[in-house]
Design a protein around this ligand. Structure first.
Ligand code: LLP
Length: 434
């Protein structure tokens, strides 16, 4: 079925006569031109993902704006694509604010949702003129020491979170480090109002990778009850409500995708009904997804360098936990294809990277083409989100290159790291050189 070039399968993987394509470029061409391991992003797919997500919500609530949480994949080429599509940026740090500014976004097109901020974060955030989503009320007096923001939002922990990735990225509820307890939300906005701040928004981010459509209206209801009561009590007209990210994608071939239409329709309905219930002046609706835009538009291509037949048969590739941390970190599943062999008979094989750690043996057993051989290319699917962004240098295995594909064009958008990058910024005291 996946041999039909028109069949994009779960994650847009296009396979023709066993040759794998990203956009219209064969992975063999990408590997020959850019080497491996290499992250490859499909621009058309990113744009289509954005338009589908934006369209679904905007159809049901036209005063709607999306922000791209750049932590997910911070290549400036990708951030520019999102800007061209109309997205703002959600920044987790001052450097991510600077990244937004470098592509021409600033002011109210940037949300600063960092947590446990330092004084320097606060000062630079204020100077940059972006919108703060303050993660705690204790930050407010510290912020006021440096100045008074024009507009302010607090991150609410509505007491409930969820994630397909597991507890690892359940970002709200009693075990999460994020957001303000519902009992303190009124106090936070009262403090801000008494300090003379006049324009307000509210924010939450309760979990990442959620494919249950009903969850989004449910958690919107929780937030809106907290915000509705606060608005009524303090006479605040909230200018915006930001529901965070969390739009999930399927990682396993048999997993059902998020019913985006249903999530959007039910969320907008819940939002409107709560706005009416609490008599709020209709706020702008915001979201700040990331994975949904780039997750299934990103692929990681690696090479099988060596095959070991020992207790198990293990394919040794140049894709390790340093290149793609998610499997070792969260036990996450990523589908793997072998170029040129997808239609061949399969058997249970292991697959690992080249690091001196056994967590790098990230596929213990998977049905893969039985004749997979040295030199074959493997393609890891759904690698666009939290892939390169969470990669690191370890064992002298450096960060891979990044390539953007647009139709038949492939463009290098980040160079592969070199030894000079590995030792850059290190300083050896003179006496140690003797
Ligand atoms: N907004 C805030 C404040 C966030 O912290 C995040 C992600 C997002 C938006 C975007 O969430 P998304 O739409 O992608 O779910 N490393 C984990 C995911 C961690 C999510 C962190 N926050 C993973 O690889 O699954």
């Amino acid at each position: 079925m996946r041999n039909n070039p028109e069949d994009y399968g779960k994650g847009n993987m296009k396979i023709h006569e066993d040759q794998i394509f990203i956009g219209n470029v064969p992975v063999s061409t990408l590997a020959a031109e850019f080497g491996t391991p290499v992250y490859v992003y499909d621009e058309q797919k990113i744009r289509a993902n954005y338009r589908r997500a934006y369209g679904a919500f905007a159809r049901h609530y036209p005063d709607f704006k999306m922000f791209y949480a750049v932590k997910c994949c911070n290549n400036p080429a990708i951030v520019n694509i999102m800007r061209q599509e109309g997205a703002g940026v959600d920044a987790a740090s001052v450097n991510e604010i600077l990244l937004a500014k470098s592509v021409g976004l600033g002011g109210e097109d940037v949300m600063f949702s960092g947590n446990f901020l330092s004084d320097s974060d606060i000062r630079q955030g204020l100077e940059s003129g972006v919108i703060f989503n303050l993660d705690d009320l204790s930050i407010l007096p510290r912020l006021l020491k440096f100045g008074k923001p024009e507009i302010l939002s607090f991150r609410v922990n509505p007491g409930y979170g969820k994630s397909n990735v597991g507890d690892f990225v359940t970002n709200a509820g009693p075990n999460a480090k994020f957001g303000i307890h519902p009992d303190d939300v009124l106090k936070a906005y009262r403090m801000a109002k008494e300090a003379g701040i006049r324009r307000f928004g509210a924010h939450m981010m309760t979990g990442s990778c959620i494919t249950d459509a009903e969850y989004f209206p449910f958690v919107t209801g929780l937030l809106m009850d907290i915000i509705g009561r606060t608005g009524r009590e303090l006479g605040i007209d909230f200018e915006f409500i930001d529901l965070g990210g969390g739009l999930g994608i399927p990682y396993r071939p048999d997993e059902a995708p998020l019913d985006l239409e249903r999530a959007a329709e039910l969320t907008a309905r819940m939002f409107r009904s709560k706005v009416a219930e609490y008599g709020l002046k209709a706020p702008q609706l915001k979201m700040e997804p990331a994975r949904y835009f780039v997750g299934n538009a990103g692929y990681l291509i690696g090479t099988v360098h060596s095959i070991k037949h020992s207790y198990r048969t293990i394919l040794g590739t140049d894709i390790g936990m340093n290149t793609l941390a998610r499997p070792a970190m969260y036990g996450s599943y990523h589908h793997i294809y072998v170029n040129g062999k997808e239609s061949h008979p399969r058997k249970a094989l292991g697959l690992c990277g080249q690091l001196c750690e056994n967590t790098d043996f990230w596929v213990k057993e998977r049905e893969l083409p039985e004749d997979t051989a040295e030199g074959d290319l493997v393609v890891v699917e759904n690698a666009g989100a939290y892939g390169f962004g969470m990669s690191y240098q370890y064992n002298g295995r450096l960060r891979p290159a990044e390539v953007l594909v647009n139709g038949g064009n492939a463009m290098l958008v980040r160079e592969r790291e070199t030894f000079e990058d590995m030792v850059r910024h290190t300083i050896v005291p003179e006496y140690l050189k003797k």
